[in-house]
Design a protein around this ligand. Structure first.
Ligand code: G3P
Ligand code: CA
Length: 340
């Protein structure tokens, strides 16, 4: 574990994207900034984490989605990770491919459709672990949320984790990889932890100070990584029914034994009626930073407030970061709140 490696890094970055080099929105190197709101744990930056890239505006987990997020001022780009048959980490939210690619329209892969089980339920689909990387690279990415339109469908390929790291290094932003279903991958004979460590070591982004936060819903992989690396580890939490509203699915007292922070479902921080809970102060009191998922311009908060108000409310509660599908909105709202 290693707390707060990212703060100084985030303050001094300049974004370079392709041939164009753009200043970050707050331009911290040029003038001193007085931060009006500071959480109890973090240095000023409330991290804006581009959720699956700028996934509101480009098909998620494509280089184009990540590039747009970087141009918009995100501090971190978030690749969710799954694995191919030949053991390569690729950026996808799910092991199954039908919702985010054209695989179902590809006759050469028709016989690859298989029934597998996800969370105890059967699912007939095409699975990343049944495709080589070379085959994956023939697929086109698609936007999975129908309301967002299909303008950019079938234009972009699926990136590897190594390609995402290279982009982040070139641009001067951090990465926030999520290991998706490591135990299910192990059942398929694929060791996600080993692949993650190898990729980070190859990029020399495996040591303390690297701008890398590693997240998972599965505590076991984080517990194991905690013995091996000094990077910040993030336990993802969701709400389950409790005596007094929602409570986290894993007690914070357990999380503190192996992780540095939590990535938390937003209704644990502000409940569905729009009322703040004591989650942030409890997590900070336990020594954990709080990154909240997921804020979307095109999906109202549960109590119906506009996205800017939803973000301002979260920032005012002292959160340390937010996962956003539209990083531009999260950056602009943060800067409006924090920069006098
Ligand atoms: O990783 C934080 C958040 O992204 C968790 O939800 O399902 O979008 O990966 P998901
Ligand atoms: Ca994620």
């Amino acid at each position: 574990m290693n707390k707060w490696i990212g703060a100084a890094f985030a303050m001094s970055m300049v974004v370079a994207c392709g041939p164009t080099e753009l200043p970050r929105s707050a331009a911290p190197e040029e003038e001193p900034v007085t931060w009006v709101i500071e959480s109890s744990l973090s240095e000023p930056p409330i991290f804006i984490i581009a959720h699956r890239g700028a996934s509101g505006e480009r098909p998620e987990h494509t280089m184009e989605a990540y590039r747009l997020a970087i141009v918009q001022g995100a501090d971190f780009i978030e690749p969710d990770l799954v694995m191919t048959k030949d053991g390569v980490l690729i950026a996808r939210h799910d092991r199954f491919l039908s919702t985010t690619t054209d695989v179902a329209d590809r006759p050469e892969f028709a016989d690859r459709k298989k029934r597998k089980w996800v969370n105890g339920l059967p699912k007939d689909d095409w699975w990343a672990e049944d495709f080589t990387l070379a085959e994956i690279k023939t697929l086109w990415a698609r936007q999975p949320r129908p309301a967002r339109g299909t303008h950019y469908d079938d234009q972009f390929r699926i990136p590897t984790f190594a390609e995402v790291i290279a982009l982040a290094k070139e641009a001067g932003v951090g990465i926030y990889p999520e290991t998706k279903a490591p135990s299910a991958h192990l059942e398929q004979g694929l060791d996600m932890e080993a692949a993650l460590l190898a990729a980070l070591r190859k990029a020399r982004w495996d040591g303390a100070g690297a701008p890398v936060y590693v997240q998972s819903f599965e505590p076991e992989i984080l517990q194991s990584l905690n013995e091996k690396i000094e990077l910040p580890l993030v336990q993802l939490l969701y709400g389950v029914p409790g005596l007094h509203g929602e409570r986290p699915n894993i007690p914070l007292s357990d999380v503190t034994t192996y992780a540095d922070g939590v990535g938390v479902q937003k209704t644990l921080v502000v409940n569905k009626a729009g009322k703040a809970t004591d989650f942030v102060s409890a997590a900070h009191g336990a020594g954990l930073f709080v990154h909240v998922w997921t804020v979307r311009d095109d999906e109202p908060a549960p109590d119906g407030v506009p996205v800017e108000e939803e973000l301002e409310r979260l920032y005012a509660l002292g959160i340390d970061g937010v996962f956003a599908d539209y990083p531009a909105t999260a950056v602009a709202t943060r800067d409006a709140v924090l920069i006098p």
